[in-house]
Design a protein around this ligand. Structure first.
Ligand code: B12
Ligand code: SF4
Ligand code: SF4
Length: 408
């Protein structure tokens, strides 16, 4: 590499780099100097088990805390933001208030999911950004590494350090320009680039962290609105209670006590983002690195519950939702059906109580119990129960019977 041999990239040449990266479709381009982040809250988060079963967070802990283990000699983190804002849309809140104009049991999707998979659409932009670094800085491919989401990089922390925004009490990186609707990507590079200032300009020491909720003031809307009470403290999400975790990452049974709180959310959760007053400044996305998949939002719950593996693959090809697989989507849809009072779907749910996957069967049994009542559910599911052998599913029947005993 040749770039680090000279002085740090600064002034007009740094701004040229920023403009070239913006031209690739990144709405925000900011620079942070690599420093020690031993104080970042990752270790306590893991020690308390707040990562649920995301074992990969534990496995990559050292790398996340030390960029040098990811790229030896890394000097700068380039943080890139992709705005997916659309101020007119407020689906989660509107659904809660029954204002969407859609059927009462229309499922609610996380906004980012209603696009082609951002991991796939942003990666080519990152590859192009790498070529810009090579051209302007004389770097070679081994002088930088880029990631979007899945790399061992504390993206929100570096974004706060680069002044892209602040970490809200909802744990999100919130931008003054884009509110909460910003996806992040990062490039670690050996090129020394003069850092941008964080929002709180004078940190006492370089390894000091920006305070959580720097621009939140007395507001606690996100903490109050979380349907499952998932914040263990301001800025810290207990994934074991988070709807986003359970509907996307959890591949097994969703705890019974959290199912009601999931409401109509079939994939992900935007509640703590949507209530944030900083979104009032959000601008509509240029969508250069994203492509909208509004058709997914049009799917009716009945259609989803009746999906075959082939139809699932056709509809969700190229989206983040495909990783959930049909089993995960059916599981979530059973919960949404129960929570939205979709009694017209009882026959479909009864069929799903005999579906191949025990995960789907367990949630279908619960949904029938919720919609029909424990006594009627016993009759409706008598045949399915007589054929059931899986302990997870049998546990759902038991708990339903327990509810019946408790409430008559
Ligand atoms: C694991 C993960 C999850 C988990 C856990 C969430 C959590 N709060 O940690 C689950 C599955 C629940 C989840 C949910 C969501 N996620 Co997520 N998730 C991640 C992932 C892969 C790692 C986050 C992580 O490290 N968590 C551990 C905690 C301890 O770290 P942290 O939140 O970053 O906070 C610590 C650091 O910032 C550190 N810190 C503080 N100051 C500083 C300063 C410096 C310099 C450094 C380095 C560190 C640092 O201290 C903080 C803790 O005290 C990131 C991608 C990535 N590689 O970073 C995406 C990411 C955070 N997720 C994202 C999104 C969009 C979501 C959802 C909105 C999706 C949805 N609609 O359902 C929800 C929002 C939930 C929420 N309120 O956080 C975006 C957030 C974009 C943004 N503007 O903030 C990210 C960045 C993905 C991306 N590339 O865009 N997610
Ligand atoms: S994403 Fe939803 S469940 Fe998770 S912390 Fe935010 S509001 Fe709570
Ligand atoms: S809703 Fe209020 S407390 Fe939560 S992140 Fe936004 S400003 Fe901060």
């Amino acid at each position: 590499m040749t770039a680090s041999a000279g002085a740090a990239l600064t002034g007009e040449r740094r701004e040229l780099l920023r403009r070239r990266l913006q031209a690739l479709g990144f709405d925000e381009v900011r620079f942070a100097a690599v420093t020690s982040v031993a104080r970042a809250g990752l270790a306590p988060w893991l020690n308390q088990g707040l990562q649920a079963d995301m074992a990969w967070m534990e496995l990559t802990k050292e790398k996340r805390l030390n960029p040098d283990l990811v790229l030896a000699g890394a000097r700068t983190v380039i943080i890139l933001g992709v705005n997916y804002g659309s101020p007119a849309e407020r689906p989660a809140l509107a659904a809660a208030a029954g204002e969407t104009g859609k059927p009462a049991h229309a499922p609610v999707w996380a906004r980012y999911a209603l696009h082609a998979d951002y991991h796939d659409t942003i990666k080519p932009g990152l590859a192009a950004a790498g070529r810009v670094l090579e051209e302007l800085g004389g770097l070679v491919a081994t002088d930088y590494r880029y990631y979007v989401d899945t790399g061992p990089v504390l993206e929100r922390g570096w974004a706060a350090r680069s002044g892209l925004g602040f970490r809200g009490k909802n744990a999100m990186l919130i931008s003054k320009q884009h509110g909460n609707w910003l996806l992040l990507a990062s490039i670690l590079t050996r090129w020394e680039i003069t850092a941008d200032e964080p929002l709180r300009k004078k940190l006492p020491t370089p390894d000091q962290l920006e305070p959580t909720g720097l621009l939140c003031g007395k507001c606690t809307r996100c903490l109050d609105a979380c349907p499952t009470d998932a914040f263990s403290q301001p800025g810290v999400v207990d994934a074991r209670r988070c709807i986003s975790y359970h509907t996307i990452e959890n591949k097994g049974i969703i705890p019974r006590e959290l199912r009601r709180g999931i409401g109509a959310r079939i994939y992900g959760c935007d509640v703590c983002l949507e209530v944030c007053p900083w979104n009032r400044f959000a601008q509509a996305s240029r969508r250069m690195l994203l492509s909208a998949r509004g058709d997914i939002a049009e799917l009716d719950l009945g259609e989803i519950l009746a999906l075959t593996p082939l139809r699932f693959a056709e509809i969700f090809k190229g989206t983040a939702i495909k990783r959930l697989k049909l089993v995960g989507l059916l599981r979530n849809a059973c919960i949404v059906a129960a929570n939205t009072g979709a009694a017209d779907l009882l026959p479909t749910l009864q069929q799903l109580a005999e579906q191949a996957s025990p995960i789907v069967r367990a949630h279908a049994v619960w949904a029938v119990q919720q919609l029909a009542g424990a006594a009627s559910a016993q009759t409706r599911l008598a045949g399915a129960r007589s054929r059931e052998t899986d302990p997870l599913v049998l546990a759902e029947y038991e708990q339903g019977a327990g509810d019946l005993a408790a409430h008559g």
